[in-house]
Design a protein around this ligand. Structure first.
Ligand code: SF4
Ligand code: SF4
Length: 375
């Protein structure tokens, strides 16, 4: 059966996919080898990008500071790893029913790949090809990579997760959007990012350019170490969990120069860590431990700047087709102090709390400063 863009898009609509765009493979001929759909599937002629919406209400718990699971589940990990792949799977099966091969590409972090393995055969590249879904989706014309690096669409603004399919069917491509079609370059993401990870749009030397041949686009050079530290719970400003367990810590994420990989190592090590002297499960941070065991992933920042603030400003400026009866922000967003509020005392708060409760007075003079001893 002959497959056209029109037939494919009609099928996508039937499957509940309302954001879809197609790029011809020539647009990706300059892509880095380990991020190229051509390395992945040399016979590919077209790339199909889809976006699935993040429900605005799924961010509400973090916005209010009252509930965290929904973000990881409905807006991030399970949307990327469960809800959205069902659609790419169904669309891939339809393409193959029409007689064309369809490679559904699972999103991952290309920069995070190890490239130490040897090629499987002479002339092949190492088996570590992972495409950048955002760059490729922009090359298909699905939307625009916003200044914050978050993908923006006409219908849902920044509230989307993406999927790709590479196919050997030759399909009519959609036009690539010019930078600035959707992104306002307003800096709301910069101002509201708790990690200080997003440069200001005025910083023209912080632009990253991508060349699709027929069009060049750009977006901001986000400091991914700071973003990862915040996203994965190492930033007290946006983590009540870290604040509770480490009230005396003063780690300044906004000035950290950690790389993304270093930040991943640190945050995942912390999330999985146990400390034998802690009562209960011994988890260093109970919530991180619990959510990571439940979903295999955890998000703490909740994209305060790059999705929530961006979504609010895009809605307000009329750049999001999906509209709501009420504005997103009901009040100013919360932020926790990074610096300790009180001077720390003691060594082991768990032991001390227990002793104070069960043996009042037993710790008298346990902590006496050197100065007061001298008096
Ligand atoms: S908040 Fe959104 S629209 Fe404004 S600069 Fe950032 S990415 Fe662009
Ligand atoms: S996820 Fe959070 S820390 Fe990362 S860029 Fe977005 S707002 Fe900033």
């Amino acid at each position: 059966m002959k497959l056209t863009s029109e037939i494919l898009k009609a099928k996508a609509k039937e499957l509940g996919i309302d954001c879809i765009a197609i790029g011809n493979i020539e647009r990706f001929k300059n892509a880095p080898t380990l991020m190229s759909p051509i390395t992945y599937f040399p016979k590919a002629k077209s790339v199909i990008a889809i976006a699935m919406p993040i429900p605005r209400g799924a961010n509400r718990g973090i916005e209010e500071g009252t509930h965290w699971h929904n973000y990881t589940f409905y807006t991030y990990n399970k949307l990327n790893a469960f809800f959205r792949p069902i659609k790419t799977y169904q669309l891939s099966c339809f393409i193959e029913d029409c007689g064309y091969e369809a490679v559904a590409h699972y999103p991952a972090v290309p920069e995070g790949n190890g490239t130490t393995r040897k090629p499987v055969a002479e002339g092949k590249v190492p088996p570590d090809v992972v495409c950048s879904i955002r760059v490729i989706a922009a090359g298909c014309g699905l939307g625009e990579i916003g200044w914050s690096k978050v993908f923006l669409t006409k219908k849902y603004g920044p509230r989307v997760r993406l999927g790709l399919i590479f196919t050997d069917a030759e399909l009519e491509p959609d036009p690539i959007l010019d930078t600035g079609t959707l992104c306002l370059h307003c800096g709301a993401c910069t101002k509201n990012c708790p990690g200080g990870a997003i440069p200001h749009p005025r910083e023209t030397d912080k632009r990253i350019y991508v060349d699709f041949g027929e069009k060049q686009i750009y977006f901001g050079d986000v400091q991914m170490g700071r973003c990862t530290l915040s996203h994965h719970g190492m930033n007290k400003e946006c983590s009540p969990f870290l604040s509770k367990e480490f009230p005396n810590m003063a780690f300044d994420v906004r000035n950290s120069q950690m790389t993304e990989e270093e930040a991943y190592i640190l945050t995942y090590a912390l999330a999985g860590a146990k400390w034998g002297r802690k009562p209960g499960s011994h988890a260093v941070i109970d919530y991180y431990n619990q959510i990571i065991e439940h979903t295999g992933y955890f998000s703490i920042c909740g994209a305060k700047g790059c999705i929530r603030a961006c979504n609010a400003i895009m809605e307000k400026s009329g750049r999001v087709e999906q509209t709501f009866q009420n504005p997103y922000y009901k009040k100013e967003s919360w932020a926790l102090p990074v610096q300790p509020e009180t001077k720390p005392q003691g060594v082991n708060p768990y032991r001390e709390e227990y002793l104070d409760e069960h043996y009042p007075g037993i710790r008298e003079n346990e902590y006496v400063s050197t100065d007061s001893k001298k008096k």
